[in-house]
Design a protein around this ligand. Structure first.
Ligand SMILES: NC(=O)c1ccc[n+]([C@@H]2O[C@H](COP(=O)([O-])OP(=O)(O)OC[C@H]3O[C@@H](n4cnc5c(N)ncnc54)[C@H](OP(=O)(O)O)[C@@H]3O)[C@@H](O)[C@H]2O)c1
Length: 342
């Protein structure tokens, strides 16, 4: 399913039956602008270039990351490399700049139309390659919401469609309105909700899974032990139940088998976490593209190298029970996730 890696560059894989050919690992750009502490922007620009050199072509943003700032940050990179990259953005989560912690969901066709125009303007481009519905509002039928997204394809404003945090049944319903190239879900050694129904449906329909937070937001790398004491005051991970206090302590112990596998491969914990996600492609016979987020060029090299690690049966067996033992939810409020609807 993936084309062989060429020298230092990663292999490629197609998103969906007729979607773009992308590097088998993408780059999550969210943390550059918000959620995970301060960013050195010049360093982050070098990270984008380093990623592209290593064969990373799928760059992931959303209108809400930094409330528009992440898309604006990407604009010069997009302008310099428009034809070399697959640019992905999202609409559907509504934030209030005066109350940044608040969240709403909007799938109304008129809102979708306004959102795409705003994203195109901030990104400084005439077309978004992959446009995702960030969260699904069950009150708006897919015929209306995906119908409006399909009109954007017909008008040349977006090239391919995606959904995020949907169930298998929701994917099937949306795909019947217009082909979906990729679904984006949290998928990692710590988060396997997507396997309940989404992964099977995606494999059957030929839809790629883009795995977000594949490093468990950094926890799986061992870079922090307790968000409450180790991370800065505004860091979003302090609000996520699994990363603080007793939960974090218990979840830290779950990293032992990851350490064991890392030792066997002379690899880092993060590389084992990513290799496990990459290997889901063979397990489920489908396209799987993790999009680890990093602001540092050196980490892109480390992360992309993980796409060349193959875990053996015994190592996979060590890692298998981890997700089932994680203490604490993924989000402080799970109501807008696929898990809440199945
Ligand atoms: N669809 C959705 O609802 C949704 C939700 C969340 C995220 N996303 C997307 O998915 C992308 C990735 O997810 P994420 O950023 O939340 O989580 P992640 O990729 O699991 O982890 C990112 C964290 O890990 C650190 N990190 C990265 N590589 C590392 C390495 N090799 N060693 C040690 N630490 C490392 C990063 O810090 P440094 O930056 O300091 O390296 C950052 O703090 C986001 O950027 C975003 O585009 C989508």
């Amino acid at each position: 399913m993936t084309a062989e890696a060429d020298g230092g560059r990663i292999a490629t894989v197609r998103l969906g039956n007729d979607g773009p050919l992308v590097g088998v690992q993408g780059l999550g750009c969210m943390g550059i602008s918000e959620f995970y502490g301060a960013t050195d922007e010049a360093g982050a620009r070098k990270t984008l270039e380093a990623a592209l050199e290593l064969g990373v072509t799928l760059f992931d943003t959303a209108d809400i990351y930094g409330i528009g700032r992440n898309e604006e940050f990407l604009a010069p990179f997009v302008a310099a490399h428009r034809d070399e990259i697959t640019l992905a953005s999202k609409f559907g989560i509504v934030r209030d700049p005066d109350n940044p912690d608040s969240r709403g969901v909007n799938n109304d066709p008129a809102y979708i139309r306004r959102s795409v125009e705003a994203s195109l303007r901030r990104l400084g481009t005439e077309v978004i390659d992959l446009y995702y519905m960030h969260r699904h509002d069950p009150a708006v039928p897919f015929a209306e919401s995906v119908g409006a997204m399909a009109e954007l394809v017909a008008e040349g404003k977006v090239r391919h469609l995606g959904l995020s945090e949907v169930t298998g049944a929701e994917l099937r319903a949306a795909h019947a309105v217009h082909p979906i190239a990729a679904v984006q879900s949290e998928w990692s050694l710590f988060s396997r909700d997507a396997e309940r129904s989404l992964v099977g449906a995606a494999a059957e329909l030929g839809v790629a899974v883009v795995a977000y937070s594949p490093l468990g937001r950094g926890f799986l790398t061992g870079s922090f032990q307790d968000a409450g004491s180790d991370l800065s005051a505004g860091d979003f991970r302090r609000l996520q139940p699994r990363f603080s206090g007793d939960n974090a302590k218990a979840n830290g112990r779950l990293l032992d088998p990851v350490r064991k596998a890392a030792k066997a491969h002379d690899a880092t914990l993060g590389q084992i976490a990513l290799a496990w996600v990459h290997q889901r492609a063979a397990v489920h016979d489908m396209a799987v593209v993790p999009i680890p987020g990093t602001r540092r060029a050196s980490r892109v090299r480390e992360n992309t190298a993980a796409s060349r690690i193959t875990l053996d049966e015994l190592e996979l067996k060590w890692l298998e029970p981890i997700a089932g033992q994680v203490a604490g939810d993924r989000y402080p409020d799970m109501s807008a996730t696929s898990a809440a609807r199945e």
